[in-house]
Design a protein around this ligand. Structure first.
Ligand code: DGY
Length: 324
């Protein structure tokens, strides 16, 4: 079988594929659209990154493609309907990056609340003139109200980490999260109330047509001027221009962002916000998580080749259809 991997990933994801023909894209920026089409055309399996758009156009060239094992937990880069229609299994990398991403969300929360980005720039620019009673005052965290937008795996882990800070926790999700209610006394509320009531808000939703720009100017307007907004999920969930306007206009204290609507571009308005801590999409970037993500991708490919349903399939319909 022919397997195409669109970037060098940890060996844990390559070694298990040894008995097959594996080709790896050698560049360190995303593969071009045309080259991706060529590779998809000849492959039995593709392991793409979240930066590779496998839309209906690209999938239309798949002649013998059986599985797309996305090297990410989010799969908004893949046209799932089209893949399902074509009988192509799609898998992702859940669980193994939950802790890493939840930890990064906390890192951004701390950095934004305590103005670490501004402080770092000040020190590096030689502008630190000594301790001052008023230098870079930020927001305290203990006992404050935490809002978790999306209480799936990562949102839940993120919320549980708040235990040591004795926070009041609200969450927004379609489903009730009994673990959060039991462990933290968290309350399920609607998004508008959450934004209005919370001191810290962290977003953990997948990007879908329902969540795109969910946090728009109207919603940001509900937030406290002292609030901090964190996003480690997908950039397009927030209207970046509206966020930048709020940050610059004193309507929001700070934001910690790991993701952007048009990566790798960052809205110029956001770049101008000193009170935004900007990370380069590194939520899952720990050695442990990236290695286990690679392993999951390889296992998914091998499962499909062997006629087993991968546990991390995202379009189980394909499997059901096969059995009919
Ligand atoms: C994912 O897996 O979707 C993350 O965004 C990668 O860091």
């Amino acid at each position: 079988m022919k397997i195409y991997v669109t970037r060098q990933i940890p060996q844990a994801g390559i070694e298990p594929l040894g008995e097959h023909e594996v080709e790896i894209y050698e560049g360190d920026t995303p593969i071009g659209h045309q080259e991706l089409i060529e590779k998809v055309r000849g492959a039995d399996a593709v392991i793409p990154l979240l930066t590779d758009e496998l839309d209906a156009d690209v999938l239309g060239y798949a002649k013998k493609l059986k599985v797309v094992a996305n090297y990410a937990v989010g799969y908004d880069n893949i046209d799932i309907e089209e893949a399902t229609e074509r009988g192509i299994v799609v898998t992702n990398t859940p669980d193994v990056l939950t802790q890493a991403t939840a930890e990064l969300a906390w890192a951004l929360l701390f950095a934004s609340a305590r103005r670490i980005g501004e402080g770092e720039r000040l020190v590096r620019q030689g502008k630190f003139k000594g301790w001052s009673p008023t230098l870079l005052l930020g927001q305290g965290i203990r006992g404050k109200t935490l809002g978790v937008v999306g209480a799936g795996r990562i949102g839940t882990r993120f919320a549980l980490i708040s235990r040591g800070f004795e926070m009041k926790v609200f969450y927004y999700d379609e489903e009730r999260n009994e673990e959060l209610e039991r462990e933290l006394g968290a309350k399920k509320v609607d998004i508008s109330y959450l934004l209005h009531a919370c001191d810290y808000v962290s977003i953990h939703l997948p990007l879908t047509r329902f969540t795109r720009h969910l946090i728009d100017a109207h919603q940001i307007f509900r937030m406290k001027p002292t609030a901090v907004l964190v996003n480690t999920s997908r950039g397009a969930i927030i209207d970046e221009k509206a966020l930048a306007a709020a940050l610059r206009g004193g309507k929001l204290a700070a934001a910690g962002l790991d993701v952007y609507e048009n990566e790798p571009e960052v809205a110029p308005e956001l770049l101008k916000c000193d009170n935004a801590v900007l990370a380069p999409h590194i939520g899952s970037a720990t050695h442990e998580a990236r290695s286990r993500m690679a392993e999951l991708c390889a296992n998914a490919v091998l499962d499909v080749f062997a006629g087993r349903m991968p546990s991390n399939i995202v379009n189980a319909q394909v499997w059901a259809d096969r059995r009919q």
